[in-house]
Structure formats: structure tokens, C-alpha cells
Design a protein around this ligand. Structure first.
Ligand code: FPP
Length: 241
């Protein structure tokens, strides 16, 4: 636990962007950017565990990312598989529980089985809940949630008049975690890109110009510290006014 931080967020969500630009700036293939980006994932997971953040969710692969050139998609899948295989031991050592959200069935069979193995092995860990968003799109998650609620209503299991915000939250992939307190996006784009649209209603947003492969522990800690100084009002007035 890091006592220097004024307030630790319960849940940090990150849109990891800029791997391609990082590589282009160095006249390298985009693959190199994704490889360096994977190193940053390691650094940020470690730092999160160290400061005692309970939930970390990373946007690793979106539904839209399937439209990238086949070679790039294959590279991302093999990096993901390698990451899962290489990090399993450290996840066990550091009490990290892996979770995955998204249309997991679309992932290649070998990635799915590596993922299942890691999910099962880490299922009893409690220190940090690390969620990878894989083949994830928030609108598609919302459609999935609406279908489930509609089916329950149609079969008489649920009275439509009793549907609340909690009912909606309880039917999303993220039902077992709190909403993100903090959403970080790297590489300066001012958009949400179909990530956790319902869940980030009151999240604090931090957008940094730094490209994901250059994002590091110090900048992460600075953002966590700045988050602690923000006045979160959830639509109400400040307590002192
Ligand atoms: C954005 O860079 C990033 C991604 C498409 C996904 C993030 C993937 C990684 C960090 C590597 C693998 C992940 C794990 C969990 C091992 P971009 O290609 O969109 O960059 P650009 O906008 O500069 O082109």
C-alpha cells in the first residue's frame, strides 16, 4: 500500500493507445510498438498491485480491432498469449486474479485455452483484480444486457417496472466490479472509443499525450496522486460550499 497517495481509486480503467505512433516515430514496424506496449502493461500491473489498487481494467483489444490487417491482429493475439503464459507465475506470486470481458468466443482457440488456464489458476487470488477487455465493445455489451433483461421480462421472471440502474449494472460483463473511479487514456485522443460507456458515468478522466509504450510508473503515480486531489461531486455541490 502506498501511503503517499491521498486517495486510492477502487477501480482504474485504461485505454492503452499509441503503440502504432510510437513505432512510426522510430521508423519501426507497428509490431515493435505492440511489443513495447506489452512491457508497459507489465509495469502498470505491477505498480497497481504495489499501491494497492483493487481493480484494474485494460482495453487490450476492441471489437473494432478485428478490422485491422490480419497480420496485426495475429501479432496482437500472439502477444496476448505470450503475456498470459509469461505472467501466470507472477500473477500467482503477487495474488493477482485475472478476469476477461468481451466476446471471448471470437478469440482464436489457442488464445482462449491459454486464457481459461490463467483464469482458472488465478481464480482464488484476491490482491488485484486485473481485467483484460478482449474483443470488447461497450455497445455490444449493452445489447447483450438488454437481451438478457428482455428475456427475463418476457418469461415473467422480471417485472419491467422493477428494472433499476442496479438491474442494468448487474447484467453487464462488469457486474462483479465497482464502476471505474478513474479512466486514463494515453496518446492524447479525446474520445472514449466504445469503452465502458455505462460504467464511466462518474469516472474522473485523465488524458495524457504520452504514447502507451512511453507511459511509465512515475507518470502513473502522478495521475493517481492528481486523482486524489480532485473534488468528486457526483452531480452534487461540494461539501464545503
Ligand atoms: C493501441 O495502439 C493499442 C492497442 C490496439 C491494444 C493494446 C495492446 C497492447 C498494449 C499489447 C498487447 C496487450 C496485452 C494485454 C498483452 P494503436 O495500434 O491503436 O496505436 P496508434 O493509434 O498509434 O496506431
Amino acid at each position: 500500500m502506498n501511503s503517499d497517495l491521498p486517495r486510492i481509486p477502487s477501480h482504474v480503467a485504461i485505454i492503452m493507445d499509441g503503440n502504432g505512433r510510437w513505432a512510426r516515430k522510430r521508423m519501426l514496424n507497428r509490431v515493435k510498438g505492440h511489443e513495447r506496449g506489452t512491457e508497459t502493461v507489465r509495469t502498470i500491473v505491477r505498480a497497481s498491485r504495489e499501491v494497492g489498487i483493487p481493480f484494474l481494467t485494460l482495453y487490450a483489444f476492441s471489437t473494432e480491432n478485428w478490422s485491422r490487417p490480419r497480420a496485426e491482429v495475429m501479432t496482437l493475439m500472439s502477444l496476448l498469449k505470450r503475456f498470459l503464459n509469461n505472467e501466470r507465475a507472477e500473477m500467482m506470486e503477487n495474488d493477482i486474479r485475472l478476469n476477461a470481458i468481451g466476446d471471448i468466443g471470437r478469440l482464436p482457440e489457442d488464445v482462449r485455452s491459454t486464457l481459461s488456464k490463467t483464469l482458472e489458476m488465478t481464480a482464488d487470488n484476491k490482491g488485484l483484480h486485473l481485467t483484460l477487455s478482449l474483443s470488447y465493445g461497450s455497445r455490444s455489451e449493452i445489447v447483450h444486457m438488454v437481451r438478457q433483461i428482455a428475456e427475463k421480462a418476457a418469461s415473467g421472471m422480471l417485472d419491467p417496472q422493477e428494472i433499476t440502474e442496479k438491474t442494468v449494472s448487474d447484467h453487464l460483463y462488469t457486474r462483479h466490479m465497482p464502476d471505474p473511479d478513474l479512466l486514463i487514456r494515453t496518446s492524447g485522443e479525446m474520445r472514449i472509443s466504445n469503452f465502458l460507456l455505462w460504467q464511466i458515468a462518474y469516472s474522473e478522466l485523465f488524458i495524457t499525450e504520452t504514447l502507451w509504450p512511453d507511459f511509465n510508473r512515475d507518470e502513473y503515480l502522478d495521475i493517481l496522486s492528481a486523482y486524489g486531489r480532485r473534488d468528486r461531486r457526483f452531480g452534487k455541490v461540494a461539501e464545503t460550499s
